[in-house]
Design a protein around this ligand. Structure first.
Ligand code: MSP
Length: 508
């Protein structure tokens, strides 16, 4: 059972390359585990409550619900165009979610981990987070550089401090709970510095979920949002569904929301006696000339714009452009270090890796076969190349290892290594000038390499990989990554569709 989540996205902006990055990582992981034959559940959605959305809707003179409806569909449409294959899309304004948040709040009250008090302090509506005075920059939010609100209101506090020791013990016993390690060290030292109880309800925010026993309070948007991971899989409503999926194996997040996911969320789960997620997988940021890409920074890139531009420059189908963007995100995205984005770097990656390395390998192999009149997989005459086998198998094993170590970027690098090996193989064996037997033997191995690469590439570039596999006459309906990547499975004499137009033509 593989349950994976993305954060649910604020509906204050269209998806941009940063939010797209988180989603593509989760999709690649989900596709990989599905292809490995695991039952997989991939959850994403939108985070719709809170003072920020309430104010935006007021300024537009529409209801918050109308505003959220519009944006939730923008997210859904964008993910569809990017080939994101989620199993459920949860919205925090849905009834199924509201009911669960209300129940969990009451159960936290009954367990005595919430108490009423007065919150006095600062709050940034953009990050929906509380700040101490010493954390502010002058009087502004340190993240958004914009005005914070001063609050003085009755609230329910969650006894976060009670969980400090339990959390530290949990971290010590689960050394890969947060990946990568530097982010794990960060959260451990945050908790070691001491947890202060946190306000989990607001009386001045109407666009939120009312607390059943005190309806003048609405639930703090972060508590509300985190509970989506429970409400989507039937917590307290569908026992069978819930027990089949809970807990998530992987929760993908960016580094800005580490504390909420690795210290607050586990404490809430401990309070309601539920097992914790397997791994919190943390990535870094996309930057633009050194600053975080964000709506408030005014430097965002829209993934759909990038797809359109690439299609305009190359004439390729938008689905192939979407694949190219997915490839770029994983290859050059901020997996362990921040990464500066530019349009040129995206186009350049397309030219070097996709047009030159992968596209060209397919084109020249198919081109040569057409020229010499071969339209079937040639027969290697039992002369399998063992060095070829050892080399390719080595990368396949590493590819699986990288996935289990939660590094899709490194897994992709293993495919790139196979592509480099195949290009060198064809250059050294020179099938265009070899005698027929040698030529056929070389082409057999190259076609087998193309088949393996296309299968391994399915989680990253599903659309393009399927086109290549279909041209090899390979049934893509039910591919099992484990068995289909054993070597020399391509069958001699299988007809091949060689008239494949160049998949990744060089941009004009
Ligand atoms: N709504 C909260 C999450 C609640 S989950 C219970 C939220 N939403 S968000 O829309 O602001 O951001 C969601 C994700 O996008 C985060 O993982 C965040 O790190 C990621 N990114 C936003 N900007 C980013 C970059 N510039 N670069 C990479 N990812 C970044 O937080």
């Amino acid at each position: 059972m593989f349950y994976i989540t993305t954060p649910i996205y604020y509906v204050n902006a269209r998806p941009h390359l940063g939010t797209t990055y988180t989603t593509v990582i989760a999709d690649v992981m989900a596709r990989y585990y599905r292809l490995m034959g695991e039952d997989t559940f991939f959850l994403t959605g939108t985070d719709e409550h809170g003072i920020n959305i309430q104010r935006i809707a007021e300024s537009k003179q529409i209801t918050p619900q109308q505003y959220c409806d519009e944006f939730a569909s923008v997210f859904q449409e964008t993910w569809k165009k990017l080939g994101i294959q989620y199993d459920d899309f949860i919205r925090t304004s849905e009834d199924r979610h509201i009911k669960i948040v209300q129940k969990v709040f009451e159960s936290l009250l009954n367990k005595g981990v919430l108490y009423k008090g007065l919150y006095k302090g600062w709050y940034c509506p953009r990050c929906e987070s509380y700040y101490n005075f010493e954390d502010l920059e002058e009087t502004d939010c340190p993240v958004h550089k914009s005005k914070v609100d001063y609050l003085e209101e009755e609230t329910y506090f969650f006894s976060w401090s009670k969980y400090q020791e339990k959390l530290l013990e949990y971290y010590a016993n689960h050394p890969d709970f947060v990946v990568p390690e530097n982010r794990y060290r960060e959260i451990i030292s945050f908790v070691e510095r001491g947890l202060k109880d946190i306000s989990v309800s607001r009386t001045s925010v109407s666009w939120g979920i009312p607390v059943v026993s005190s309806p003048e309070h609405t639930v703090y948007v972060w508590l509300d949002a985190l509970l989506n991971y429970l409400s989507a899989v039937g917590f307290d409503s569908d026992g069978a569904l819930f027990s089949s999926w809970w807990p998530p194996r992987v929760q993908v997040i960016g580094k800005d929301i580490l504390r909420q996911h690795a210290a607050f969320w586990p404490a809430v789960l401990m309070a309601i006696d539920l097992p914790l997620p397997g791994h919190i997988m943390v990535h870094e940021f996309f930057l633009v000339t050194g600053s975080k890409m964000s709506k408030s920074g005014g430097n965002v890139f829209d993934p759909l714009f990038l797809i359109d531009e690439l299609s305009k420059l190359t004439g390729i189908d938008p689905q192939i452009s979407a694949d190219a963007l997915r490839y770029f995100l994983i290859k050059d995205g901020p997996e362990k270090n921040d990464s500066d984005f530019s349009f040129e770097s995206f186009i350049n990656r397309f030219k070097v890796d996709l047009a030159n390395d992968w596209g060209n390998l397919v084109n020249r192999t198919f081109g040569l076969m057409l020229r010499v009149g071969l339209n079937k997989v040639p027969d290697p005459d039992e002369l399998y190349d063992n060095e070829f086998k050892t080399e390719v198998q080595k990368y396949i094993e590493l590819y699986h290892q990288c996935f289990s170590q939660l590094s899709p970027k490194e897994a992709l690098n293993q495919i790139c290594a196979i592509l480099r090996f195949l290009n060198t193989y064809i250059d050294t064996h020179r099938p265009w000038s070899a005698e027929e037997k040698e030529r056929d033997r070389c082409l057999y191995h190259i076609l087998e390499g193309i088949r393996i690469v296309s299968i391994l590439m399915l989680p990253f570039m599903p659309f393009s990989s399927e086109i290549i596999l279909r041209s090899l006459n390979y049934c893509t309906d039910k591919i099992d990554l484990k068995t289909e990547t054993s070597l020399f499975k391509i069958i001699p004499d299988t007809p091949i569709f060689l008239n494949l137009p160049p998949l990744f033509p060089r941009p004009k």
